[in-house]
Design a binder for this molecule. Structure first.
Ligand SMILES: C[S@@+](CC[C@H](N)C(=O)[O-])C[C@H]1O[C@@H](n2cnc3c(N)ncnc32)[C@H](O)[C@@H]1O
Length: 228
């Protein structure tokens, strides 16, 4: 089966011989790919929605993969025991929701060796959560599908410090890769921030002012990164 570029890149980060939890699996495409390619020995596919999980249940039954892929209904990491899996995938959710799931089920999230996280929004907030909670970002990638960009963050437990606010927007590991889509991604980010800055200029209040200054600094830093 052919995965979309986003899902393929997520699957590429999964270590060989892994036991994986795919939380919020929905369609179950990644679990099937991991088993088909012999990357994983066992995948636990979970979802909070009965309807979504049913898609995976039906799919793996059709594909005869019921021994290798287990399905479990539940919120976040609730259906997974600490140390039950070595790799975690949480993809296609907001960064704050991903952080909330990790924080709600700390014992399990800290017992996992490799966390592959793909936030749809709120990636800076997720990076902040990771570093503030003794996780380190070991790898990242940026995938483009049509006009959409997807950030994939790979984390492990450990300590890491970022020097500046911009590191939470574009992590140093991503910057080092100098990926061809990064510049385009940053240009879009600058445009989005500039439109928020314009709106904030017309508002009053301490909060708006401090957000305005913060965004102006981020835009300046973005520009500096690529002018070097
Ligand atoms: C947009 S889909 C993403 C599906 C797949 N992971 C992907 O990246 O293509 C999000 C899925 O996450 C599930 N979900 C949302 N909140 C969840 C939670 N707290 N725990 C488990 N699954 C959740 C939804 O039911 C939905 O099936």
């Amino acid at each position: 089966m052919n995965l979309s570029p986003r899902l393929k890149r997520i699957a590429d980060f999964v270590p060989n011989n892994s036991i994986v939890a795919d939380v919020g699996t929905d369609h179950g495409y990644v679990p099937k790919y991991l088993i088909d390619k012999g990357i994983s020995k066992l995948v636990i596919a979970t979802d909070i929605s009965k309807g979504s999980l049913q898609k995976t249940v039906d799919y793996i039954r059709e594909e005869n993969l019921e021994e290798e892929i287990t399905t479990r209904l539940g919120d976040g990491l609730e259906p997974i025991l600490p140390f039950e899996v070595d790799t975690l995938i949480i993809a296609g959710m907001g960064g704050l929701l991903i952080a909330e799931i990790m924080s709600k089920f700390k014992e399990t999230s800290r017992s996992i060796n490799t966390l592959i996280l793909q936030p749809m929004v709120g990636s800076p907030e997720l990076r902040k959560y990771l570093l503030q909670n003794h996780f380190r970002i070991v790898d990242e990638d940026l995938v483009r599908e049509g006009d959409k960009f997807y950030e994939i963050i790979v984390a492990k437990t450990g300590l890491q410090k970022f020097d500046k606010e911009l590191d939470y927007e574009i992590s140093p590991v991503m910057l080092k890769k100098n990926s061809p889509v990064l510049r385009e991604f940053v240009e879009i980010k600058i445009k989005m921030n500039e439109s928020v800055i314009e709106k904030l200029r017309n508002s009053t209040g301490e909060k708006s002012m401090s957000r305005l200054l913060e965004l102006e600094k981020i835009v300046k830093d973005y520009r500096e990164v690529f002018s070097k």
